[in-house]
Ligand binder design. Sequence first.
Ligand code: SF4
Length: 75
Amino acid sequence: MVRLVVDLNRCQGYAQCAFLAPDVFAMHGEEGLLYTPEADEAQREKLAQAAAACPVQAILVDAVDPPAEAVSGER
Ligand code: SF4
C-alpha cells in the first residue's frame, strides 16, 4: 500500500494528478479533488509522477509511515 496525503488547502484544482494517476485522483466539480488515501503499490510510479507534477506540491506520498499493522484496516 502506498499511503497518500493531499493538502487540500494547497490544492488549486489543477488536475495534473488526475491526469497522471486517474485511478487514484479524480476531480469532482470545479475544484474539489477526490483521492484514494491508500493506493495500490502498482500505482506508486504514477503517484510519484503526479506528486512531482502538482504545481503547488500538495501531494505527499508516504508522508506518514506508521507501523503498517497498527493502522491497517478500514478507512
Ligand atoms: S495536481 Fe495538485 S493542485 Fe492539481 S488537483 Fe492535484 S493536488 Fe490539486
